[in-house]
Design a protein around this ligand. Structure first.
Ligand code: NAP
Length: 246
């Protein structure tokens, strides 16, 4: 049997990077894509995978990326993130566009292009990393929560549309994971980003990667539909138990 192949979008840091490592450990040949090519190239060398430049907001980039992938058994739609934290009254249209283009249309572009290959694999799996923001709203977060809701709806719709096809669909909805997520959200403000995880034991990228690998290692007839995972210190968006810090 030929080597099973996985595609991970947004593999240059955080959850995507850890997921690529974990799937490689399971024996997958992993295609890793992101805009920061130097990072995915280093990762691909380490795990014996293939690095490709990928900007999920660009039709041409997605076409080049997906054309280069000959076979795909597992697709991990991970590329995404948040920009800003502002009330609707002060919404920044460019931030909203970034979030919708990356999380929603990015997932659509990549999934649409790779779906025929996932079906052809005979036992495909699509994992989409949404968020608890795909299930709740929170003040000042409408740009991100609306994009994550839409990404979740896109993924869940496929579950029905693909009934009868040899493709499984798993949505993973994490709470707070300490990655570059908050650094991106707050435009490189490291102090503000660090505050998000202050006084809690957050999840780490590896925690999510292990869940992806678990879903991928289930037999073909077992579909893990939705997995919600949060730190013990978090009940929901914005609701944490924080230890006092000095
Ligand atoms: P991260 O460390 O910032 O990683 C985000 C990844 O997405 C990077 O590899 C980035 O690569 C990639 N990316 C961003 N824009 C892209 C584009 N246009 N084209 C291709 N790749 C792009 O954050 P993370 O926490 O691992 O985030 C991964 C996913 O988990 C996201 O969908 C995020 O919304 C979701 N999530 C995160 C948390 C959390 O608390 N951290 C919670 C729930 C859900 P480049 O910049 O190199 O392109």
């Amino acid at each position: 049997m030929s080597t099973r192949t996985a595609v991970v979008t947004g593999a240059s840091s955080g959850i995507g990077e850890a997921t690529a490592r974990e799937l490689a450990k399971q024996g997958y040949h992993v295609y890793v894509g992101a805009r920061r090519f130097d990072r995915v190239q280093r990762l691909a060398e380490e795990i014996g995978g293939t690095a490709l430049e990928l900007d999920v907001t660009s039709e041409d980039s997605v076409r080049g990326f997906t054309d280069a992938v000959e076979r795909v058994d597992v697709l991990v739609n991970n590329a995404g993130g948040a920009k800003g934290l502002a009330p609707v009254l002060e919404a920044d249209l460019d931030d909203w566009r970034w979030m919708w283009e990356t999380n929603v249309l990015g997932t659509l572009r990549v999934t649409k292009a790779l779906l025929p290959k996932l079906i052809a694999s005979g036992d495909g799996l699509i994992v989409t990393v949404t968020s608890i923001a795909a299930m709740h709203t929170y003040d000042n977060g409408a740009g991100y929560t609306s994009a994550k809701h839409a990404q979740g709806v896109l993924h869940r719709t496929l579950r029905g549309e693909l009934l009868g096809q040899p493709v499984r669909l798993t949505e993973i909805a994490p709470g707070a994971v300490e990655t570059e997520f908050s650094l991106v959200r707050f435009d490189g403000d490291a102090e503000r980003a660090a505050k998000v995880y202050e006084g809690i034991d957050p999840l780490y990228a590896e925690d999510i990667a292990q869940i992806v690998a678990f879903a991928a290692s289930r037999p073909a007839h077992v579909n893990l539909d939705t997995i919600v995972v949060k730190p013990r210190d978090q009940e929901g968006p914005g609701r944490f138990s924080r230890r006092p810090t000095n």
